[in-house]
Design a protein around this ligand. Structure first.
Ligand SMILES: [Zn+2]
Length: 228
């Protein structure tokens, strides 16, 4: 663990100028593995300004990255509360149930803010508290999507530290199966039907992902609308 990891939200893998290191991006946004940390790449756009504010943070042992954003980052950036604001998050893990509650409270206090959340993977996706948290965010107008290839490409261009990049052409096609599995699971969460994604730990701690569709009703629900 790097120094400052316990208390600092912008230490490990985050460079000066608010960029994420290539290594931290590759490690934390690969949906086929299950890292312990949560990274949050964010973009804030104000209606009064053409320029978007982009930066990164991660969780600490005592505070989740989302709470740091809501309580520290946003408050420092906000000047005029009547100014409309669009926030986009690119998260390595989806928000937990507790963070979803904090996000709801925040959006209630900030009616001029709209929030779009991209997630590389779903955090403890079988826990009802987390499933209901995500549903409740969508119910109040938050958009939640699994990161697709264009989103990876955008994050690569926008947030990864320039000096670390060997080539600009980043296209992680091999993520496609995991993107599909997580998209179907997100759909099951938002449609309030049983979970369809099983993740078990195989040999050498390698996670094994499988799709488990129990009955025709679940199958119909999952294929009724295209997840993308
Ligand atoms: Zn959380």
């Amino acid at each position: 663990m790097a120094a400052g990891w316990n208390g600092d939200h912008v230490s490990r893998g985050i460079r000066k100028g608010g960029k994420i290191s290539l290594e931290a991006f590759m490690e934390n946004y690969d949906p086929s593995v299950l890292p312990n940390e949560t990274y949050l790449l964010y973009e804030i756009k104000w209606s009064s300004s053409k320029k978007a504010w982009q930066n990164c943070c991660h969780n600490t042992l005592i505070e989740h990255a989302e709470i740091y954003f809501l309580e520290d980052v946003f408050k420092k950036q906000r000047s005029d509360p009547s100014d409309h604001c669009s926030i986009t998050w690119y998260m390595s893990w989806s928000p937990c149930g507790d963070c979803c509650r904090a996000i709801r409270r925040f959006l209630k206090e900030q009616p001029n803010v709209n929030l779009v959340i991209y997630v590389a993977r779903l955090y403890l996706h079988k826990e009802e508290h987390n499933r209901q948290g995500l549903q409740s965010l969508v119910n109040i107008g938050v958009s939640i999507r699994v990161m697709d290839l264009p989103a990876y490409s955008y994050c690569w261009r926008t947030f990864v530290n320039d000096e670390d990049k060997d080539e600009d052409d980043y296209w992680p096609r091999h993520f496609a199966p995991w993107i599909m599995l997580y998209s179907l699971e997100l759909q099951s969460i938002l449609q309030n039907i049983p979970s369809c994604l099983e993740i078990s730990t195989g040999e050498n701690q390698t996670p094994v992902f499988s799709l488990c569709v129990e009955d025709d009703q679940q199958k119909r629900a999952l294929t009724s609308t295209n997840p993308r």
